[in-house]
Design a binder for this molecule. Structure first.
Ligand code: ADE
Ligand code: ZN
Length: 383
């Protein structure tokens, strides 16, 4: 096992947010920036954001109560020492490490029962995104998780409910969908989901993604569903190198033809995988707080995005499941600005624009918005 593999997530104690070492928020309170910070003003791009992971904690509690489902989910197959019975320590979103996190993600998904619940989630997401200056997003949704908990759910009606809300953000923001094939349900389910999603390009589906348990469900199981999706003209992205090793990242690229990699952290253990990512310009969707809290990135080292950037990889920044990780895209941008500097943040946002699956005209519009925001900031700081 490589020295940087299988790190331990830091205990969060009773805090709902994670404070990155060296992170000095410019504002008095974390999450509130000094006026004029780039993180505040720069247009924001979501490339790695799970819509279910944006569910506001209060909405989760309300929906779970309404639908009569517990705030915790623990599959019977989970082995000890997995233990949720620690009581609430300040909010419904508590976990330690990636496995517990995935169970939390499942609990959140279980609270969503009707297309109306999903519509509400999307509506609140749009509200929060617009308030932060998000201008574009390719969002993950996990229909196979939805139907695992709610087999009777009409997936097309649910997708329609979500997309109707997302489209209300236009023209201020454009949102598209990358439904997740979810490793944990195996190949047959992934194929079924890929087939269903290929019929929903009218609902802004532009590709498929692959999240879930990377260690027990490796890329080779999903070659066929991804080949099918590609043949249908869908884009392909995959989480890899989060819990899995560098080989998992290589497999996502070579076997699944993933066009972007979610996290990719453990690629740093293998120079040839880094070279593959750098020479093919495969963007990395880095989610700093998520990586700390799931244990993907050691807390006693600078965050690995600094190394990826230095090694010529294309870094982008996002929040993963921002509500569940007690963060937001603004806070992640702020974190990067505070630690790596405004020039690095600007570079990562430029990378994100190029890494989208947007049409050239959409990319051009995003570049123009970015230029304008940067110019305004320079003007303010020189006056
Ligand atoms: N699903 C939602 N968040 C995830 C993550 N960080 N890793 C894998 N699967 C996920
Ligand atoms: Zn993710």
């Amino acid at each position: 096992m490589s020295p940087t593999s299988y790190r331990t997530a830091p205990p969060r104690g009773d805090r709902l947010t994670y404070d990155e070492p060296g992170f000095a928020p410019a504002g008095a309170e974390a999450g509130r920036m000094a006026p004029g910070s780039l993180a505040e003003r720069i247009p924001k791009i979501h490339l790695h954001c799970h819509l279910e992971g944006t569910l506001r904690p209060a909405t989760f509690v309300e929906l779970a109560d309404k639908r009569g489902v517990p705030l915790r989910y623990r599959p019977v197959s989970a082995r000890p020492p997995f233990d949720f019975a620690q009581g609430d320590r300040g909010g419904p979103y508590q976990f330690e490490g990636l496995q517990e996190f995935l169970f939390l993600f499942a609990a959140v998904s279980r609270s969503l029962r009707e297309p109306d619940d999903y519509a509400r989630m999307a509506r609140e997401f749009v509200e929060d995104a617009l308030a932060q200056g998000v201008i574009y997003g390719e969002l993950f949704v996990s229909p196979s998780v939805w139907t695992f908990f709610n087999p009777g759910l009409d997936v097309r009606a649910t997708m329609e409910a979500v997309v109707t809300e997302l489209r209300r953000a236009r023209p201020r923001a454009i949102f598209k969908l990358l439904p997740d094939l979810t490793r944990n349900f195996g190949e047959a389910s992934a194929m079924e989901t890929a087939r269903a999603m290929a019929t929903m390009t009218d609902l802004d589906v532009v590709g498929v993604s692959l999240g879930g348990d990377e260690v027990h469900f490796p890329a080779r199981l999903f070659v066929e569903p991804f080949a099918y999706a590609r043949a249908q003209g869908l884009h392909c992205v995959a989480h890899a190198g989060e819990a899995g090793e560098a080989a998992s990242v290589r497999d996502a690229v070579e076997l699944l033809h993933a066009e972007r990699i979610g996290h990719g952290i453990h690629a740093l253990d293998d120079p040839s995988t880094i070279e593959l990512l750098a020479t093919r310009r495969i963007p990395l969707e880095i989610c700093p707080t998520s990586n700390r809290l799931t244990g993907a990135a050691l807390t006693d080292h600078p965050h690995p995005y600094v190394d990826f950037d230095r090694l010529g990889c294309m870094v982008t920044i996002d929040g993963d499941d921002p509500a569940l990780f007690g963060t937001s895209i603004t806070r992640e941008y702020e974190l990067v600005e505070s630690i790596a500097g405004p020039a690095a943040l600007e570079r990562y946002v430029r990378n994100a624009i190029e890494a989208t699956f947007a049409a050239p005209v959409e990319k051009q519009a995003m570049r123009a918005q970015l230029e304008q925001a940067v110019a305004e900031l320079h003007e303010r700081s020189s006056s």
